[in-house]
Design a protein around this ligand. Structure first.
Ligand SMILES: NC(=O)c1ccc[n+]([C@@H]2O[C@H](COP(=O)([O-])OP(=O)(O)OC[C@H]3O[C@@H](n4cnc5c(N)ncnc54)[C@H](O)[C@@H]3O)[C@@H](O)[C@H]2O)c1
Length: 450
C-alpha cells in the first residue's frame, strides 16, 4: 500500500520504517527541516536498537522516503497516519494543536479519497475534531472528496520499538465504516500471518484503550513504589515482597519493580490527560491523581537518602550518576527522574559527574542545559573518580554486573544509592561498599561483616 506518515518522531519514524519493511511505499513527513535533511543523508535522529539499519535498507530500495512537503507525501498515498506529538497542555490536558494542524493540511492538500489514521495518543472525541477540521478545508475548496477517520493508537515501547512494531501483541483499531476496516486489515495482515490479533472496535473505545493501558501500567509502578515506601518503614524488603507477589499469575512480574519513579514521553502526560478528560465529564479520578502524586514524590526518595547520609548541604560533594535516559536502550530524557534528581542534588550544592551510554547529548542540549554543576564523562568508571558516592538512576545492561572492586577503589567514600535495585545488597556490602536501595532499610555493615 502507499502510506504517508506525518510526524517523524519516535513513533512516526519507527512505524513508517516498519511499514516500509513490509513492502509498502512510505513517505515520512516532518516540519523539522534539519531532521528530514539528516534522514535523507542517512543520519538517524534518535537512538533505537535496530532502527538505523532498517531505515537505510528501505531508503536504498525506495520503499522509505522523507520529505517536508505534505503535498508530495499525500499525492500517491491511500492512507495518512497522524503521528505528531500531543504534549501536556498548561492545564494538564492533551494539547491537540499539532494533530489539528496536520488535519488541516490534509484537508487542504488531499486530492483523492484518504484514510486518515490517528496514531498519536489523543483523548476521546479527537477523531470528531479531526473529521470536522478536514471537512472544513474541503468545504472551503468546494470539494466533494470523501475520507475516513480511523483511530490506531500505538503501543510500541522505546528501546524495543522495532520488535514491538514488527511483532505486535495486538493492534487496536477504531473504525466506523466497513471500508476503513478492510483497508486496515490489508495494511496489518503481513504482521499477523499466523495469528490475527487485530482488535477492531468503535473509535471512542480505541482512543480510550491507549489511555487505559498507560494508566494501568503507571498504576502498577506507583503501587509498587508505595509498597516500597511502606516496606522501608516497617523493616520489610521490597525485593522479596516483589517476588512473593509477582509469582501470583493474577499479578505477574511486569511493572512491579520498585524504583525512582516513572518518566518518559507517555505515562506522565497520559495519566494527567486522562484525569483531565474525566474531570471535563464531571468525574474526579482519585486513583489516577494518587498515581501521579506517588510518582512525583518517588523521584525525591533517592535525594532524601543522599541527604540523610551526607547532610542537607551537599556543598563540596561530588556525586557520580549512572544513567540519564528515562529508561534503558533509549536516548529519550523526556520527564526522566534523572532531571529531578540531578537538579535537586546540584541545588543542594553537589557537583554531579554523569554517564549515560546514549543520552548525554539530550542532557547537555536540553534537559540539564545550563546546569554548570553537571559534567559528563564517556565511561561508567570515569564518573567515579573523585566522587563521594554513586547514584544509579537508569538500569542500562552495562550497569547490571559492574566491577565492585573498581567501584570501591575509585569512590572516595564507597557508597551506592541504587534507584533501580539492581544488586544483591549482601554481596555489595561484602565488597565493603555501603548500599542503599529503594524499599529496603540501609544495610547494617557491622551485621554483614560479622
Ligand atoms: N514515544 C513513544 O514511546 C510513544 C509510544 C506510543 C504513543 N506515543 C504517542 O505518539 C505521538 C508521537 O509521539 P513521539 O514520541 O513520536 O513524538 P516526537 O515529539 O518524538 O515526534 C513528533 C514529531 O512530529 C513533528 N511535527 C509536529 N508538527 C508537525 C506537522 N504539522 N507536520 C509534520 N510533522 C510535525 C515534530 O517535528 C516531531 O518530529 C504522541 O501522541 C505520543 O503520546 C508515543
Amino acid at each position: 500500500m502507499r502510506v504517508a506518515v506525518i510526524g517523524t518522531g519516535y513513533v512516526g519514524l519507527v512505524t513508517g520504517t516498519c511499514f516500509s519493511e513490509m513492502g509498502n511505499t512510505v513517505w515520512c513527513v516532518d516540519v523539522d527541516e534539519k531532521k528530514i535533511e539528516n534522514l535523507k543523508n542517512g543520519i538517524i535522529p534518535i537512538y533505537e536498537p535496530g532502527l538505523s539499519e532498517m531505515v537505510l535498507r528501505n531508503q536504498d530500495t525506495g520503499a522509505l522516503n522523507f520529505t517536508t512537503d505534505i503535498r508530495e507525501a499525500l499525492e500517491g498515498s491511500e492512507i495518512a497516519f497522524i503521528a505528531v506529538g500531543t504534549p501536556m497542555g498548561e492545564d494538564g490536558s492533551a494539547d491537540l494543536k499539532y494533530v489539528l494542524s496536520v488535519a488541516k493540511s490534509i484537508g487542504v492538500n488531499m486530492k483523492h479519497h484518504m484514510y486518515v489514521v490517528d496514531k498519536s495518543t489523543v483523548p476521546v472525541g479527537t477523531s470528531i475534531k479531526v473529521r470536522e477540521t478536514i471537512q472544513a478545508e474541503l468545504d472551503k475548496r468546494n470539494s466533494d472528496l470523501t475520507f475516513d477517520v480511523i483511530s490506531n493508537p500505538e503501543f510500541l515501547k522505546e528501546g524495543s520499538a522495532i520488535a514491538d512494531c514488527m511483532k505486535p501483541d495486538r493492534v487496536v483499531i477504531g473504525v466506523d465504516s466497513e471500508r476503513a476496516e478492510a483497508a486496515m486489515r490489508e495494511l496489518y495482515k503481513p504482521y499477523f500471518m499466523n495469528n490475527d490479533n487485530l482488535i477492531f472496535m468503535d473509535i471512542p473505545s480505541a482512543e480510550m484503550t491507549k489511555y487505559a493501558a498507560n494508566s494501568m501500567l503507571a498504576t502498577k509502578i506507583s503501587f509498587m513504589n508505595e509498597i516500597s515506601n511502606i516496606c522501608e518503614r516497617v523493616g520489610a524488603d521490597v525485593n522479596k515482597v516483589r517476588r512473593g507477589i509477582g509469582s501470583d499469575k493474577r499479578i505477574g512480574f511486569s511493572f512491579i519493580y520498585p524504583g525512582c519513579g516513572y518518566g518518559g514521553s507517555c505515562f506522565p502526560k497520559d495519566v494527567q490527560a486522562l484525569i483531565k478528560t474525566a474531570e471535563s465529564y464531571g468525574y474526579e479520578s482519585k486513583l489516577l491523581q494518587s498515581v501521579e502524586d506517588v510518582n512525583h514524590a518517588q523521584k525525591e526518595v533517592l535525594v532524601r537518602k543522599v541527604k540523610k547520609k551526607f547532610g542537607n548541604d551537599l556543598t563540596g560533594k561530588t556525586l557520580a550518576v549512572w544513567g540519564l535516559a528515562f529508561k534503558p536502550d533509549t536516548d529519550d530524557m523526556r520527564e526522566s527522574p534523572a532531571i529531578t534528581i540531578i537538579s535537586a542534588l546540584t541545588e543542594a550544592g553537589a557537583k554531579v559527574t554523569a554517564y549515560d551510554p546514549k543520552a548525554e547529548r539530550e542532557a547537555k542540549e536540553f534537559y540539564l542545559k545550563g546546569n554548570e554543576k553537571v559534567s559528563y564523562v564517556k565511561s561508567k568508571y570515569e564518573a567515579l573518580s573523585d566522587a563521594d558516592a554513586l547514584i544509579l538512576i537508569t538500569e542500562w545492561k552495562e550497569f547490571r554486573s559492574p566491577d565492585f572492586f573498581e567501584i570501591k577503589r575509585l569512590l572516595k567514600t564507597p557508597v551506592i544509592f541504587d534507584g533501580r535495585n539492581q544488586y544483591d545488597a549482601k554481596r555489595v556490602a561484602e565488597y565493603g561498599i555501603e548500599y542503599y536501595q529503594i524499599g529496603v532499610k540501609g544495610i547494617d555493615m557491622a551485621e554483614v561483616m560479622a
